[in-house]
Design a protein around this ligand. Structure first.
Ligand code: F6R
Length: 248
């Protein structure tokens, strides 16, 4: 499993943003759309900041970009500060020239009976765009990628899942207490992520060192969904020194 370690989060984030910009430029040159799988949370914030800088200062255009976000809490109001929709607008979409109709994020406002059809449609839409050119990932302390918690099947698709208790504890701060954290989410599946032509998993901070060690060096199993990535030929882990500190 290819692992690249950078001195710090900023240096690593610039490399990831550069890769994304490269895909956008290459696809645009060919007259094609770049199809990006995006993540939320603390991990990709500096990547988005650098993409905004590349747009504002170096003319990188998002006119030919279509995005699919990994996940959204369920239920979740689209205007709530904790929603991934608000997060993406704040950190990226409000600051670049992406067309709103090219932005796709699982819908946390759906009625329960409409969720299954939405999830199937999300899969079809990704395939309809020719699949994801690149999926970026963070990793949760349960070993989740997207919100594919322990027990997730390797061929899973976009679906409604229950969040692990540790994941809900880690989100408690954002929600003003764990009791306010939704118990469910809509997430792309492991199978959805695997279909991306390129996957980059990022992790920063010593808090991630132990789960990164298990993901890279542990046996591949459903207990730690990120270990499934060991079976991918198109994945790279990009770490800062702290997140890499438990690797042997
Ligand atoms: C977010 C997502 C999650 C996060 C993970 C790490 O869209 O899918 O898997 O990447 O929970 O979160 P942070 O980056 O906040 O440590």
């Amino acid at each position: 499993l290819p692992v690249t370690v950078y001195p710090d989060m900023l240096a690593a984030s610039k490399v990831v943003a550069g890769r994304i910009a490269g895909i956008i430029k290459q696809k645009t040159q060919r007259g094609e759309k770049a199809v990006l799988g995006l993540a939320t949370g603390a991990t990709p914030i500096a990547v988005y900041k650098e993409l905004v800088r590349l747009h504002q200062q170096e003319g990188l255009s998002f006119k030919n970009v279509t995005t699919f976000n990994l996940d959204e809490y369920y239920p979740m109001s689209a205007t709530a500060v904790q929603s991934y929709k608000v997060f993406m607008n704040k950190h990226l979409f409000d600051h670049v020239d992406i067309a709103p109709e090219n932005i796709n994020i699982p819908d946390g406002e759906l009625a329960q009976e409409d969720v299954a059809a939405f999830c199937l449609d999300y899969e079809k839409k990704i395939s309809g765009y020719g699949g994801l050119d690149l999926q970026i990932l963070g990793i949760g302390r349960t070993g989740h990628i997207g919100f594919n918690e322990p027990g997730s099947a390797p061929n899973s698709g976009t679906r409604l899942v229950s969040l692990d208790e540790l994941t809900r504890s880690d989100a408690a701060h954002d929600f003003g207490g764990k009791a306010n954290v939704p118990s469910k989410a809509i997430t792309m599946g492991i199978g959805t992520i695997f279909k991306a032509r390129e996957i980059i998993l990022m992790a920063w901070n010593a808090k991630k060192a132990e789960i990164v060690r298990k993901a890279v060096e542990g046996d591949a199993s459903a207990d730690i969904p990120a270990t499934y990535l060991q079976h991918s030929d198109n994945v790279e882990f990009i770490l800062d020194e702290d997140a890499a500190s438990a690797l042997t």
